[in-house]
Design a protein around this ligand. Structure first.
Ligand code: UPG
Ligand code: MN
Length: 747
C-alpha cells in the first residue's frame, strides 16, 4: 500500500459523538455551581448549629465531599466520547497478515465447566484468519487431566467444525451457540440441501463430543489440583492422514506448588507469553476468559485494521472489544451487562488515550508487554537475563522479528516444547522482572486494570471497537452471591492501586493526559463510595429519629439547590442511559446495584485491600461461577433477586433497609401529627429514607413477603457462619433439602 492511498482509503475512522459532547459540558458547568452552593450551605450550618450536635453535619459533609470528588473524576469520561469504524476489505492479502496467538485461561473445572471452555477454544480456532497464522493456547490453572482429555476431543471436533464454518461462511463460530441459538446463519447458504445434510452430520458429531466431555466432567477426577508439575502439550492428530489445516492447539498447565505464590490469572498469562514466544512468537495476542467465546469470525481482521494502520501502529498496545453476555435476562436486575463500562466509560476513554484493558476480548501487541527502558541497544546478556529469566531461547525470541511468510516452525515444535517446561516452572520468575516490569503485572488482583494503567503511563495507547454484532460473548453473574463476590474482588484490586504509590492521581498526571489519569483514578476510587453510601443510609435516619435536622428547610433557598442536584444528576443519568439505547428500568437497576455493591462489596473490598497493605491478609482470586443453575436462571428471568448468599452481605442490607423503613414511618407519622414546622425541617430526611426504602424494596420483600428458596430466611442468616479456616475465600456447601447450593464466604 502506498502512503498516498492510505490517506484516502484508511483502514479505520474515528468519529466524535458531538451531541453528547455539548450536553455533557453544559451539565458539568451547572452541576459544579450547584455543588459549590451545597458546600456553602454545609459549611455555614457547621458553624451556625449552636444548639445542635455538629457530628452528624460533619459526617454528611464528608459524604458530600466524597461523592463530589467521585462525580468530578467521572466527568472526564464524558469529555470527548468517540466511536470507530473499520474497513476490513482494505486489509492486505492473507499472506501479509501477522500471526496471532490466542490465550484462553481456565482455573477450576468445577466452576468453569469444561464443555464451555472447549466451546471457547473451538470458536477461537474457527476465526476467519489464515489457519497457519493462528495458534490457540489453553492455560489450565486447575491442572486437571480431564481438561487435557477434553481438549483432545475438542481438537478432533475442530477438524470437522472449522472446515464446515469456512465452507458455508458460518457467522456463529461457537458450536454450542450455533446449535442451540436461533438459526440465523442458515439464510446465507447457497446450496441449501447439501448444507442442511452437512449441518445435520456436524450436529450429530457435536452432540457426541458434548456428551463425552460432559461425562468426563462428571467424574471425580474433575477437580483442580494445586500441587502438580508442569504440562505443556501440543495437541496433534495421531491419525494425521487428512490435510485439513486448522490452527495449532497447545495445552499449558504451569507447575504449581502450594508453597509458591502463583499470582492467579496474571501468572497464568505470563506463563503463556513465555511458552508461546518459543513456539510461534506471534506479534499479536488475543486474550480470552474461558467463558468468552468468539461470536464473530471477523474480530481478528477488525483488530488488524487498527494494528496495521501506519498512523497508529507504532504505539498502539491493544484493541479492546466490549464484553457482552449471552445470558443477560430481560430485566437484568444485577446490572450484569456492565452497560455503563462498555457503553459510556470506554468510549469516553477512547477519546483520550484509549480504554482500560478489560481482561478479555482484546488484541494486544506482544511488544507492549516487554516495554522496558532497559531494552537499549548495548544491553548485555546478564542484564537481559535479570529481566526475562535464564532461557536463552526466550531471549532470542525478543529480537526475532516475525516473518509474515512464516518459517517452518513445526519442525522445531517438539524441541521447543521441551524447553517450555522450564519456562513454566515455579522458580522461573524468581529474581526476574516478570510481573513487575515485564508481562502482566502482579501488583493487583485486577491485573487488567493495573497492567493497562502502567502501559498507558508509558507511550502506549489503546483503542475501543464496538461493532454492532457482538464479537465475543461470555456468561455473566446471575445471582447476588456471585455478583457481590466478584464485586469484592474488583474493589479489593482497585483499592490496592488507589492506596499505593501508583495511585493514578499521583502517578498518572506526569505520565499521561490529566483527563486520562482522572479516568483511571475514578476507576481506582470506585470502592470509596462505600463511605458516603453508609453515611447517607444511616445518619439522616438516625438524626430524624432523634429530632436532629440536617438539611435545609423547604422554605430555605438552599433546599432548591439540593432538589436541583438530585433531579439534575438523575436526569443526566437517564439521558446517558437513553443515549446508549437502554430503558428507564436500567436506571432503577443501576442505582440499586450501585447501592447494594457500595454497602457490601466496596466496603469489604476496601477493608481487604487495607488488610493486605498491613500484611494481615493475602490477595486472592476466586473465579466467578459459570455453572448455570436452572432454578437460579428462572428467578433471574423473572426479575426476582436470589438472596442465597452469606450473612456478611445480607446483614448490612437488611439492617439498613429496616432502619430506613422505620425512619420513613416515623417521619410520616410526625409530619401528619405535628405542626408544619416539622415538615419544613425534616422533609429531606423523610424523603431520603423513602427513596432508600424504595430502592431496597426487593430486600424487604425478600425478608417479609417471599416464600421461595431465594428469599432471606431469618434462620439462615445465623447458620452461614464465618469459615475462619484460612485467609482465603473459601467455598462451602449448604444443604437445603432439594439440592446443594454453593456458597462462598470470606474467611
Ligand atoms: O488463578 C486464576 C484465577 C482465574 N483465572 C482465569 O481468569 C479468568 C477470569 O476469571 P473470572 O472468574 O471469570 O473473573 P471475572 O470477575 O468474571 O473477570 C473479570 O475481571 C478479572 C479481573 O478481576 C479479569 O481478569 C477478567 O478478564 C474479567 O473478565 C477466567 O478465565 C479464569 O479461569 C486463572 O486463569 N487463574
Ligand atoms: Mn468472567
Amino acid at each position: 500500500m502506498k502512503s498516498t492511498t492510505d490517506d484516502y482509503h484508511p483502514l479505520n475512522l474515528c468519529h466524535l459523538k458531538k451531541s453528547s459532547f455539548i450536553i455533557n459540558r453544559l451539565y458539568l458547568i451547572f452541576h459544579s455551581i450547584a455543588i459549590i452552593l451545597l458546600f456553602c450551605f454545609r459549611i455555614s450550618s457547621l458553624f451556625h448549629s449552636k444548639n445542635q450536635p455538629s457530628i452528624p453535619h460533619l459526617l454528611i459533609f464528608i459524604s458530600e465531599l466524597t461523592l463530589s470528588f467521585i462525580w468530578f473524576l467521572s466527568q472526564s469520561f464524558l469529555w470527548r466520547p468517540v466511536t470507530r469504524t473499520v474497513f476490513t476489505h482494505r486489509l492486505p492479502e492473507d499472506d501479509q497478515l501477522p500471526p496471532i496467538d490466542v490465550f484462553i485461561c481456565t482455573a477450576d473445572p468445577r466452576s468453569e465447566p469444561p464443555l464451555g471452555v472447549m466451546n471457547t477454544v473451538i470458536s477461537a480456532m474457527a476465526l476467519n484468519y489464515p489457519a497457519e497464522k493462528l495458534s490457540v493456547y489453553l492455560s489450565d490453572d486447575g491442572g486437571c487431566p480431564v481438561t487435557l482429555e477434553a481438549l483432545r476431543e475438542a481438537f478432533k471436533f475442530a477438524k470437522v467444525w472449522v472446515p464446515f464454518c469456512n465452507k458455508y461462511d458460518v457467522m456463529t463460530i461457537c458450536p454450542d451457540a450455533y446449535f442451540t441459538g436461533p438459526e440465523v446463519d442458515d439464510e446465507v447458504t447457497v446450496d441449501s440441501d447439501e448444507f442442511r445434510a452437512h449441518k445435520r452430520r456436524i450436529k450429530e458429531v457435536y452432540e457426541l463430543f458434548a456428551q463425552k466431555v460432559t461425562q468426563m466432567s462428571e467424574s471425580k477426577n474433575c477437580v483442580s489440583n494445586k500441587d502438580h508439575s508442569a504440562v505443556v502439550e501440543a495437541i496433534v492428530d495421531e491419525s494425521a492422514h487428512d490435510q485439513t489445516k486448522i490452527p495449532l492447539l497447545v495445552y499449558v498447565s504451569r507447575e504449581k506448588r502450594s508453597s509458591h505464590p502463583h499470582q492467579f490469572k496474571a501468572g497464568a498469562l505470563n506463563a503463556l507469553i513465555r511458552v508461546s514466544s518459543l513456539i510461534r512468537n506471534s506479534p499479536y495476542i488475543l486474550g480470552l476468559d474461558c467463558d468468552m467465546y468468539c461470536n464473530d469470525k471477523d474480530s481478528a481482521r477488525q483488530a488488524m485494521c487498527f494494528h496495521l494502520d501506519p498512523k497508529l501502529s507504532s504505539s498502539l498496545a491493544f484493541v479492546q472489544f466490549p464484553q457482552t453476555f449471552h445470558n443477560i435476562s430481560k430485566h437484568d436486575i444485577y446490572e450484569s451487562q456492565l452497560r455503563c463500562t462498555f457503553k459510556t466509560l470506554w468510549p469516553g476513554m477512547d477519546g483520550i488515550k484509549g480504554p482500560c484493558l478489560s481482561g478479555t476480548c482484546y488484541y494486544l501487541k506482544r511488544e507492549s508487554l516487554y516495554d522496558l527502558p532497559l531494552m537499549h541497544e548495548d544491553i548485555n546478556l546478564e542484564e537481559l537475563k535479570q529481566c526475562f529469566g535464564s532461557s536463552n531461547e526466550l531471549l532470542r525470541s525478543l529480537y526475532k522479528k516475525y516473518d509474515a511468510k512464516l518459517q517452518d516452525y513445526e519442525k522445531n515444535l517438539f524441541q521447543s516444547l521441551q524447553e517450555t517446561k522450564h519456562l513454566v516452572s515455579c522458580d522461573y520468575e524468581n529474581g526476574t522482572k516478570w510481573g513487575n516490569e515485564v508481562g502482566f503485572r502482579y501488583f493487583s488482583v485486577t491485573e487488567d486494570f493495573f497492567t493497562s494503567f502502567k502501559m498507558q503511563c508509558k507511550h502506549w495507547f489503546s483503542v475501543y471497537h464496538m461493532p454492532s454484532r457482538p464479537s465475543f460473548m461470555g456468561s455473566c453473574t446471575t445471582n447476588l452471591n456471585d455478583l457481590l463476590i466478584q464485586g469484592t474482588r474488583w474493589s479489593a484490586g482497585l483499592m490496592e492501586v488507589a492506596l499505593s504509590r501508583f495511585c493514578p492521581l499521583i502517578y498518572g498526571p506526569s505520565r499521561m493526559p490529566i483527563l486520562q489519569s482522572f479516568c483511571y483514578a475514578w476507576l481506582a476510587f470506585i470502592p470509596v463510595a462505600f463511605i458516603p453510601l453508609w453515611i447517607i443510609a444511616t445518619i439522616p435516619m438516625l438524626s430524624l429519629l432523634n429530632g436532629i435536622s440536617l438539611y435545609p428547610k423547604v422554605t430555605n433557598p438552599f433546599f432548591f439547590v439540593y432538589l436541583y442536584v438530585f433531579v439534575l444528576s438523575n436526569l443526566q443519568h437517564i439521558r446517558e442511559i437513553h443515549s446508549t439505547g437502554a430503558s428507564l428500568q436500567t436506571w432503577k437497576h443501576e442505582q440499586r446495584v450501585w447501592m447494594i455493591k457500595g454497602i457490601t462489596s466496596h466496603l469489604y473490598g476496601s477493608t481487604r485491600a487495607i488488610m493486605e497493605k498491613l500484611g494481615a491478609k493475602e490477595a486472592n482470586f476466586l473465579p466467578t461461577n459459570k455453572v448455570i443453575n436452572e432454578d437460579e436462571a428462572k428467578l433471574n428471568q423473572m426479575g426476582i433477586y436470589n438472596f442465597q448468599t452469606s450473612s456478611m452481605f445480607l446483614v448490612p442490607l437488611c439492617s439498613l433497609v429496616t432502619l430506613n423503613l422505620l425512619a420513613f414511618v416515623v417521619g410520616i407519622i410526625r409530619i401528619t401529627t405535628i405542626h408544619k414546622e416539622y415538615i419544613d425541617s425534616f422533609f429531606v430526611q423523610t424523603f431520603l429514607s423513602f427513596y432508600i426504602t424504595l430502592m431496597g424494596y426487593p430486600v424487604l420483600e425478600g425478608m417479609m413477603l417471599r416464600k421461595d428458596k431465594g428469599r432471606i430466611a431469618p434462620i439462615e442468616i445465623h447458620t452461614y457462619r464465618q469459615m475462619g479456616v484460612s485467609s482465603n475465600l473459601g467455598r462451602k456447601k449448604v444443604e437445603d433439602g432439594k439440592g446443594k447450593i454453593e456458597m462462598a464466604e470470606m474467611g
